[in-house]
Design a protein around this ligand. Structure first.
Ligand code: IPM
Ligand code: MG
Length: 354
């Protein structure tokens, strides 16, 4: 099979982790006789430096015409003084919105060999959580305003959801729950927010169509606590944009390092947007010490979700597992009696297992 992939390396450690992901794709192409054509484009801080604009039109054109997009990471203090509409993060949000990838899948799985800050008895049954985060609406995309009222500064951020926006992402979560344990947890703040009440109404109505799924509800503050106290009891979480952002960072810390987590952002068609959930980590950029596994697992998600390459995806996941089992570690997940490897070495070792 031949596929066109838009590759956005971005800022900070983005290019380093992306280089490993591309190595992995090249190896998959070789082994399974596919052809992946990479089209490199700029977005984020590096795009501001080179073109003045965080999301150049040619990047957006590429994102919307290729079969899928991979993104390393964007952002960094260097661009903090940019106006709000030209910050690196704006590029990320712009791509998500333009692609209409409303369902952001953020699996959080603990490899038993890795250490976690939680007590052994708390994680005895393992951690395997799938967070389904709404990605193109809510407070991220509502009106953001600052003004002066009665002589003082006032700021407003609007959180708005339509029934259609909730339904389409909920459908993804119900279907995932059906394939997993059958438990779906809607996380919200329905004791306070009107949007959350609408989420509950829509999800409750939909649950009649999914007799094999047990839908339950939890307030987001409680969920933040339960993720730490009882992570094994949680399977699929469905939640709105900002709650999903926060809970996914929290959950990733339990699975040893945010560097391990990949993500898939999907819309109506097959085209997807794939990024690790970690940031650009400017403090460690250029040192070849970042963890490329989040990006590599994002590649596996692309193979599975956008290219229907199940075998290939499984092969990449197995290679990552073997890397961990054989005791190789990047700096963020280093433990006693394991072998410290650089980012580029991690890429090579994982490729050698494919
Ligand atoms: C993420 C990031 C982004 C988000 C930022 C960089 C805008 O934190 O992908 O989780 O909040 O969505
Ligand atoms: Mg985040």
């Amino acid at each position: 099979m031949e596929k066109r992939i838009c590759v956005i390396e971005g800022d900070g450690i983005g290019p380093e982790v992306m280089a490993q992901a591309i190595k992995v794709l090249d190896r998959v192409a070789e082994k399974f006789s596919h052809k992946f054509n990479y089209e490199y484009r700029l977005a984020g801080g590096c795009a501001i430096d080179k073109t003045g604009c965080c999301l150049p039109k040619e990047t957006l054109d590429c994102v919307l015409s290729t079969d899928s997009t991979l993104l390393g990471a964007v952002g960094g203090n260097k661009w903090d003084s940019q106006p709000a509409n030209n910050r690196p993060e704006k590029a990320l949000l712009g791509i998500r919105k333009a692609m209409q990838v409303y369902a952001n899948l953020r699996p959080q799985k603990l490899y038993p060999q890795l250490s976690t800050p939680l007590r052994a008895d708390v994680i005895a049954d393992g951690i395997d959580i799938m967070i389904v985060r709404e990605l193109v609406s809510g407070v991220y995309f509502g009106e953001h305003n600052q003004c002066v009222e009665n002589g003082e500064n006032v700021a407003v951020d609007i959180m708005k959801y339509t029934e259609t926006e909730i339904k389409r992402v909920a459908k993804v979560a119900f279907e995932l729950a059906e394939k997993r344990s059958g438990n779906l947890l809607l996380v919200d703040k329905a004791n306070v927010l009107a949007t959350s009440k609408l989420w509950r109404k829509v999800a409750s109505e939909m649950s009649a169509n999914y007799p094999n799924v047990n839908l339950s509800f939890m307030y987001v503050d409680n969920c933040a606590m339960q993720i730490i106290k009882n992570p094994s009891k949680i399977d699929v979480i469905l939640t709105e944009n900002m709650f999903g952002d926060i809970l996914s960072d929290e959950a990733s810390a339990l699975t040893s390092s945010i560097g391990m987590a990949g993500s898939a952002s999907l819309g109506d068609g097959k085209r997807g947007f794939y990024e690790a959930i970690h940031g650009s980590a400017p403090d460690i950029a250029g040192q070849d010490i970042a963890n490329p596994i989040g990006m590599i697992l994002s590649v596996a998600m692309m193979l599975k979700n956008s290219f229907d390459m199940q075998k290939e995806a499984q092969c990449v996941e197995n290679a990552v597992q073997k890397f961990i089992e054989n005791g190789y570690r990047t700096k963020d997940i280093l433990q006693e009696n394991t072998t410290l490897v650089k980012c580029s070495e991690a890429g090579d070792i994982i490729c050698s297992y494919i």
